[in-house]
Design a protein around this ligand. Structure first.
Ligand code: 3HC
Length: 270
């Protein structure tokens, strides 16, 4: 197992800036890379706002917030990922764009670097085909808001090595997260369960069953969800949801009712 000492985060959006923040908060020097200067500026602002909340609450000292911010170097150049032990890609959920970015990173980075994608639905094995060492390629799926949510789904591709997996699981713990690596199947992610819920909620609005506010209220009152499925869809971003749904739609073919619901021996799933 390798102990990660520094990392590069590709993408300064909501997820990328959140990942940069938690990595820097764990003491790692971070290079946050985005081709857009505007996106880099917004990403740094988001990090400062998030740290300011913690300072205001009294859970972080102002000098620590400053040190965390200083550990993050914003850069527009992909080549700045060249010295990183770990590269985490958190760009738009589009397979072709991600693969093109990984090809460039593969040329720019060290041969022993670990490559992690924050993809929420695209197959890790397919993305890993863009790099020379697929055994060092893995999925690290974070949740929004990254500084708050405690889970990282660690997703192995067909060729991901046990060492790369152990390295990323160890790092996830240092970031203060639970690493769920129970799944061997590359695409068995949280979204496989969450997105059908959001999808049905959107259908319910589309078919005039209820207003968005009413659907959300049902989930908050009846199931203690912190936000209803439609607020959550907006929070994730409808464009992101659509991309994930399309990937899932292409990737899974199934009957309407899973046979297991009728066939579970004692009438329970767990
Ligand atoms: N940075 C730091 N802390 C933050 C924060 C941020 N960006 N956002 C919220 N917080 C903290 C607040 O300070 C507060 O802390 P406290 O309880 O210690 O005082 C706590 O989180 C709750 O925040 P608020 O009181 O401001 O607001 P809410 O109670 O409404 O909680 C929420 C906000 C945490 C976002 C909550 O609504 C929630 O949990 N929503 C569901 C989020 C969710 O499901 N995320 C997963 C989405 S799926 C995904 O990300 C996958 C990807 O592939 C798209």
């Amino acid at each position: 197992m390798q102990v990660i000492q520094n990392c590069a985060v590709i993408g300064a959006g909501t997820m990328g800036s959140g990942i940069a923040q938690v990595a820097a908060s764990a003491g790692l020097p971070v290079t946050m890379i985005d081709a857009s200067a505007d996106a880099l500026g917004r990403g740094m602002q988001r990090i400062q706002d998030s740290l300011a909340r913690l300072v205001k609450k009294g859970t972080l000292k102002p000098e620590d917030a400053e040190a965390i911010t200083k550990r993050i170097k914003p850069s527009p150049e992909l080549s700045e990922a060249g010295g990183a032990d770990l590269v985490i890609e958190a760009i738009f959920e589009d397979e072709a764009v991600k693969r093109a970015t990984w090809e460039k990173l593969n040329a720019a980075c060290r041969a022993d670097a670990i490559f992690a994608s924050n993809t929420s639905s695209i197959s890790i094995s397919r993305l890993a085909a863009a790099v020379a060492n697929p055994e060092r390629f893995i999925g690290m799926h974070f949740f929004n808001p990254v500084p708050v949510m405690k889970l990282i789904e660690v997703i192995r591709g067909n060729r991901t090595s046990p060492e790369a997996c152990a390295t990323v699981v160890e790092l996830s713990k240092r970031l203060g997260k639970n690493a769920d690596r129970g799944q061997r199947l590359p695409r068995l992610h949280l979204h496989r369960v969450l997105m059908p819920l959001i999808n049905e909620a959107i259908f319910a609005v589309y078919e005039g069953v209820a207003k968005p506010e009413a659907i959300d209220e049902i989930f908050k009152l009846g199931m203690a969800h912190p936000m209803g499925p439609l607020t959550l869809a907006d929070f994730i971003g409808l464009d992101v949801c659509l991309n994930i749904m399309e990937v899932l739609q292409r990737g899974f073919r199934r009957s309407q009712v899973p046979p297991l619901s009728a066939a579970a021996p004692d009438g329970r799933l767990r």
